[in-house]
Design a protein around this ligand. Structure first.
Ligand code: ADP
Length: 973
């Protein structure tokens, strides 16, 4: 041990004081003398020197330990150690006085300990009795370089402990890490561990994938082989019929020379035909149309016959017999293919000649099977390769879009707050910039930053308030923040004074910036939607779409989401996976059956009251909808209570699940569902305002589906009192359902890279399908419910205006009101006769057709009178169609006019993306539509660039889901 200490360069300087006796002894050896010149002498000298040094140190050690033992014995101490100053990365001796301790009567003494407040590397070993005076027992311990403290107790190996009067023993380690560094070290270790685990997992998955691939390939090869066998057996069966009919020659009709003919060599034979033998007896020209092996490769022999010099009406053609021919097939005609009129096809049997000396039949069929098998394999592999490449590209585009959106989201706050770098990584130090000019702290002489991590839950607690100082050349104030390795989020608010005063806390939401690459991930939240609609199994309108796609997006961010839905008898069960009965419970005087299933990857809980409330063949439309849904809301909360579920958030929607808000607050919160917070979303304020108002009062947070709509309805008496908790969050579209790169209803799949080509093909397919002129004209598409909300008079006007401008127009829409439907049926028949090649009105609901219109149209018109959010314009953009919209609600928040909204778009980190108009009259629509159509005619390249640009904007749930999560978190505070 000591040798190794000596060889350790750090230890060589030690000890610094030498005992006098030993110094003299060293001097007597004479040091290194000139007389010893040989290397071995030098080495010997050096060894001797080292040995003495060692002895000197050892004796010093002993000396010091003896002194320490005496001193500590006199003081009655139970413990001392050597060296007295303990440093990291070193061995120390620990001495324990048994007779002063609770172990005085014990034969064995053991130590049990760990480092750094018992947090790390526990150890245990026996102590041995030392030769020191006074019952000192000792052991040696290595102090790792990361240690700042050694903690330990002694015991007898069983149940008698000496723990320093319950204080435990500890030794401080000097000059190494401090507590903070050590925490970081632990986190780094954990991070490496996690990285290792991830690497191992990735490797395991790769191997599993490879294994799956090998097995799938094996199965596919088997299937290809079986298919080849089956197809060849079928062909062989048919060939046998033909072979039976095949002959060497037929007297007076045909024969082949040489006789017997032999196809080896050139493979050329001369086929004679007696023109008078059949229907071609008066034909001027004679042609053979032939093939082989029951027309295996179709028409492969075509040749004109020549009159022979032989007696009779004999004609001939020289025919090359294909290599693998068993039989020749032909008919005769009076001209070449496509020009012949009269045929001799041997009474519909065709002519067939046996090919002598050809390949052996068995061998031929075995080879045929092999050839087919190889072809099937190649075709399948290239098909699979294309599918894989497409899936990879889809995933890559999706990930890129998501990342870009997160950056846009962070940049969109830049006028108030941002970090440099924008991507914050755990363990790094970032600069934080804040511009009070755009907040409540505008004009304050000082601004203080209060900051923490992990939504204010980080182990270090909030950092002390920090005064932030003006940044150079900028209107922002600046501060720097060290982000710990176990952070997943930075949280901050700003105040005017160190001790508070006015706060900018982003209207109660606080500022949060996600941290990447941390050891700790955000703990998942549990969110339960209580809804009466869910796409695609129970969808009437946008509510159903939103519930499903919002849930999916939030679930994709690693949270737990469930939906509680009535089990209607009219559910579209084909989209429900693993539907199974779970249990029954009693409530409201009836038994309620609970079913579990998965829809679009989301867990759905179906409630089926046995009183038949939801066995009425429809979702809405019964006189007692309010009662039915009221019952459902109550039953849903009862289910959560009885099943012991404790969601963080209960999210209810529109008037139909509004009762959840007050039933929860008045009853279930007190029964035990105390943890949950209620979030309520208004999808359309047109219906059930009274119930919506009541839910507004009780909800912890309320939202509607766009910021502008939230402002538009803010004066409504059911909303106005609750503006402090009311937020507008845009809806998104599901990028998997609406994806022109993977859309089975389109002729050519496209991304923004080939948008022009893809849309051109879709336009042609649409023109073809609807019987419109196939011409390069601007096409306006309208896809809508035909109700007054959607601006019916503006739609009609836009149709005429488009036709005037020589454009094409396609409307897909249906009207719930028969009078409106009738009106449009009349308009359709008028237009279909006056502009049959340029206008088509499809007055039905047809989702597949809607896909083709989104892709084929140049413009999608949405002139709604009011529009809470609107999905049509978002879908249009996903398909590279330019939206033309009225400036209202969500249309205003998502469509930025190319001529007027450059700045407004920039604030959102966007490029302008369409045309919009004010007012609700013809002039307004004309203003937008004329500019749009003119751009199409006059600036085509610019217009194509616009299509590409709108397609690259992200109107999926990526961004809204972040906003909902902020809201959910704010509700939990
Ligand atoms: P709302 O929910 O008010 O009808 P949105 O714009 O929010 O309006 O949603 C309308 C959705 O319904 C869009 O996805 C649109 O494509 C679709 N849609 C509307 N009418 C039809 C139709 N006749 N055929 C097919 N899809 C339609």
């Amino acid at each position: 041990m000591l040798i190794s200490m000596l060889l350790n360069p750090k230890m060589k300087e030690y000890p610094t004081v030498r005992s006098v006796a030993l110094q003299e002894k060293l001097a007597a050896t004479g040091g290194v003398d000139d007389r010893y010149t040989s290397l071995s002498e030098l080495k010997r000298k050096e060894d001797e020197f080292l040995k003495l040094k060692l002895e000197s140190e050892e004796s010093l050690r002993k000396e010091t330990i003896n002194k320490l033992a005496d001193a500590n014995f006199r003081k009655g101490n139970k413990l001392f150690y050597y060296p007295e100053l303990v440093k990291p990365d070193q061995h120390i001796d620990i001495f324990f006085n048994r007779s002063f301790s609770t172990l005085k009567n014990e034969p064995d003494v053991m130590i049990m300990g760990a480092f750094n407040d018992w947090k790390w590397k526990s150890f245990g070993m026996n102590l041995s009795k030392s030769h020191l005076k006074g019952d000192w027992w000792s052991c040696q311990l290595y102090v790792p370089k990361e240690a700042y403290k050694i903690d330990f107790v002694f015991y007898n190996g069983q149940d008698v402990y000496e723990n320093n009067d319950e204080q435990d023993f500890c030794i401080a380690v000097e000059g190494g890490m401090d507590v903070f560094d050590f925490e970081n070290f632990l986190l780094e270790e954990k991070m490496h561990e996690q990285e290792d685990l991830l690497r191992q997992k990735a490797e395991r998955e790769r191997q599993e994938e490879e294994q799956r691939y090998i097995e799938a390939e094996k199965a596919a090869i088997e299937a290809d082989r079986a298919q080849a066998k089956e197809e060849v057996a079928k062909t062989r069966g048919m060939m046998q019929v033909v072979m039976k009919k095949a002959l060497i020659s037929v007297d007076d009709v045909w024969y082949i020379e040489p006789k017997p003919w032999d196809v080896e060599g050139s493979g050329m034979v001369r086929l004679y035909y007696n023109r008078s033998s059949g229907p071609l007896s008066h034909g001027k020209d004679l042609w053979i149309h032939g093939g082989y092996n029951n027309w295996k490769d179709g028409l492969s022999i075509v040749s004109k016959l020549i009159k022979s010099g032989k007696d009779g009406d004999w004609w001939f053609a020289d025919v090359v017999v294909p290599d693998r021919a068993l039989v020749l097939d032909w008919v005769l005609a009076d001209g070449p293919p496509q020009q012949a009129v009269i045929y001799d096809n041997n009474n519909m049997q065709d002519f067939h000649a046996i090919v002598p000396k050809s390949i052996a039949e068995e061998l031929y069929w075995a080879e045929e099977e092999q050839i087919l098998f190889r072809r099937l394999q190649t075709e399948r592999q290239s098909r699979e390769k294309a599918i894989r490449a497409k899936a990879e590209k889809t995933a890559r585009l999706k990930a890129e879009t998501k990342e870009k959106t997160l950056r846009t989201y962070l940049l969109s706050q830049k006028h108030i707050v941002y970090t440099d770098p924008l991507d914050v990584r755990a363990g790094s130090t970032v600069n934080l910039f804040y511009n009070p000019a755009n907040t409540v702290l505008n004009g304050k002489s000082e601004v203080w930053l209060r900051c923490s991590f992990n939504r204010w839950t980080h182990r270090m607690g909030p950092l002390p308030p920090q005064k932030i100082i003006p940044a150079e050349n900028s209107s922002h104030l600046k501060s720097s923040v060290k982000v710990p390795l176990d952070a997943y989020m930075i949280d901050f608010v700003f105040s005017e004074r160190e001790d508070g005063g006015i706060f900018d806390n982003k209207n109660g939401m606080d500022y949060h910036i996600p941290v990447l690459g941390g050891v700790v991930k955000e703990p998942p939240m549990h969110i339960v939607h209580i809804s009466v609609e869910m796409a695609p199994i129970a969808k009437v309108g946008g509510l159903g779409d939103v519930v499903t796609s919002l849930s999916r997006a939030v679930q994709d961010m690693n949270h737990n989401v469930e939906i509680i839905l009535p089990k209607y008898d009219c559910l579209n069960l084909s989209h429900v996976k693993d539907l199974q009965f779970h249990k029954s419970y009693s409530w409201g005087g009836t038994e309620i059956k609970v079913w579990f299933g998965k829809v679009e990857g989301i867990s759905v809980i179906f409630l089926e009251p046995q009183n038949g409330l939801f066995w009425v063949g429809c979702i809405y439309g019964r006189g007692n909808d309010g009662d039915r849904f009221g019952f459902f809301c109550n039953a849903a909360l009862e289910f959560l209570l009885q099943s012991g579920s404790h969601p963080d958030i209960i999210h209810c929607h529109d008037w139909s699940s509004a009762p959840v808000a007050w039933l929860f607050k008045e009853q279930y919160m007190h029964y035990g569902l105390s943890k949950a917070r209620i979030v309520f979303t208004i999808h359309n304020l047109e219906f059930g305002a009274e119930l919506i108002g009541k839910a507004m009062a009780f909800a912890d947070k309320a939202t509607t589906v766009s910021p502008t709509y939230s402002r538009e309805v803010s004066g409504n008496p059911v909303i106005a009192p609750y503006l402090y908790k009311f937020h507008g969050i845009l809806n998104g579209i599901d990028p998997d359902i609406w994806d022109p790169y993977n859309d089975k209803f389109l002729p050519v799949s496209y991304t923004s890279e080939n948008v022009v080509e893809g849309k051109q093909a879709a336009k042609e397919a649409l023109q073809e399908r609807l019987g419109l002129k196939k011409a390069d004209l601007p096409m306006v598409g309208i896809i809508t419910r035909l109700t007054h909300q959607k601006g019916i008079h503006l739609i009609k006007h836009a149709i005429w205006r488009t036709l005037e401008r020589n454009g094409q127009v396609v409307l897909l829409g249906s009207a719930p009101d028969p009078r409106i439907q009738n009106d449009f049926v009349n308009l359709a028949s008028q237009l279909h006769s006056s502009h049959t090649d340029r206008a088509r009105l499809c007055l039905t609901y047809d989702e597949p057709l809607s896909h083709l219109i989104y892709a084929g149209a140049d413009f999608i018109l949405v002139p709604s009178i009011f529009e809470p959010c609107g999905l049509t314009q978002l879908t249009a953009m996903r398909y590279g169609s330019v939206p033309v919209v009225r400036k209202t609600g969500g249309l205003y928040d998502t469509v930025y006019d190319v001529d007027h909204d450059v700045d407004r778009a920039q604030e959102q980190g966007l490029q302008p993306n369409g045309f919009n108009f004010d007012g609700a009259d013809a002039g307004g629509v004309d203003y937008a539509l004329n500019r749009a159509i003119s751009a199409w005619y006059d600036k085509r390249e610019w217009f194509y660039a616009l299509c590409k640009c709108v397609m690259e904007q992200d109107w999926s749930w990526n961004r809204p889901a972040l906003d909902y999560l902020e809201l959910y978190n704010a509700a939990r505070k």
